[in-house]
Design a protein around this ligand. Structure first.
Ligand SMILES: Nc1ncnc2c1ncn2[C@@H]1O[C@H](COP(=O)(O)OP(=O)(O)OP(=O)(O)O)[C@@H](O)[C@H]1O
Ligand SMILES: Cc1ncc(COP(=O)(O)O)c(N)n1
Length: 275
């Protein structure tokens, strides 16, 4: 085996002490998908399934030091970003990503935790649009995050499709608008690829409160598959199959919005509906 031939992936995000979202969800997902996972810690949260009790940024100089440590040794095949805390940290992450080759970048534009706690200052959003998205290969906003990125409400399929196009025009190659927040009997994500191909990935919507960290888990799985060299369409399908399996094979921890099951296997119940 040649040096560094094992697929390697890094998550640049915040720590969730409760283990269901953030860096912890990403590492568990990387492990399940058999890629070697690493982390660049941007912020810490004191958090459990009941909510976020506090958050604390890592000094940007130390974020940079972590970038340098990983770049000096590993051959990273894909990266993802999650909670980036504020404008200074977004700038630090962008500057450092430009200085290294960590492969295709998946941006999960985490803004507000499901419990309502702010994970990104609102004055950092412009920088995400102008500086982070142009260097991203994939972006995975949920509906409220997509609304913030485009500046108009998404109330029907046509508006979601238009939003994907408007987000792509910011410079990111592939756009996934996640439909976990749509109150329908199906869970539908809208995909617009670099090639112009567009489709919905549709699965049964599972009635559960155990959805803490669904977005992190989904985007981490996509990054893992990209690090293995999977094409984007396959990587996204695997992400959707993985999150469906992780929600449907529930585990029982905590008293609130429990985490998904990161040791679950892929679920094969996804439909692809071309536009
Ligand atoms: N109840 C559900 N049943 C089936 N799939 C779901 C459900 N909730 C979310 N999903 C799927 O999980 C993935 C993540 O979507 P979601 O919209 O929940 O992201 P998110 O809000 O960013 O998550 P989080 O902020 O918790 O990390 C999507 O593929 C979505 O379709
Ligand atoms: C550190 C960190 N990153 C991301 C999320 C989003 O997950 P959710 O929306 O399920 O709370 C979170 N709660 N904490």
């Amino acid at each position: 085996m040649s040096i560094n031939s094992t697929p390697q992936v890094v998550s640049i995000a915040g720590s969730d002490s409760g283990g269901g979202a953030g860096l912890q969800a990403d590492l568990k997902t990387f492990q399940n998908r058999t890629v070697f996972g690493m982390t660049i810690v941007v912020a810490l949260t004191a958090q459990n399934t009941l909510g976020v009790q506090g958050s604390y940024p890592i000094p940007t100089a130390f974020v940079e030091e972590q970038f340098k440590s990983l770049a000096a040794d590993f051959k990273i095949g894909a990266a993802k970003t999650g909670m980036l805390f504020d404008k200074e940290h977004v700038k630090c992450v962008v500057d450092n990503l430009k200085a290294v080759d960590f492969g295709p970048l998946v941006v999960d534009p985490v803004m507000i935790a499901k419990g309502g706690h702010t994970l990104l200052d609102t004055d950092a959003i412009d920088l995400i649009k102008t500086d982070l998205l142009p260097i991203a290969y994939v972006v995975t906003p949920n509906i409220p995050e997509a609304e913030v990125l485009v500046g108009y409400p998404l109330t029907n399929d046509l508006e979601i499709m238009q939003a994907a196009q408007d987000i792509q025009s910011l410079g990111v190659k592939n756009v996934i608008i996640k439909g976990g927040h749509l109150l329908e009997s199906q869970s539908r994500d809208y995909i617009l690829l670099e090639s112009g191909e567009r489709y919905w990935l549709v699965s049964e919507r599972l009635e559960t409160v155990k959805t803490h960290g669904t977005g992190d888990t989904f985007s981490a799985c996509i990054a893992a598959e990209l690090a293995k060299g999977q094409p984007i369409k396959e990587a996204i399908l695997t992400g959707k199959q993985f999150i469906q399996g992780a929600i449907s094979n529930a585990i029982d921890v905590g008293h609130g919005h429990g985490p998904t099951n990161h040791w679950a296997q892929l679920e094969e119940t996804i439909s692809v509906i071309e536009e």
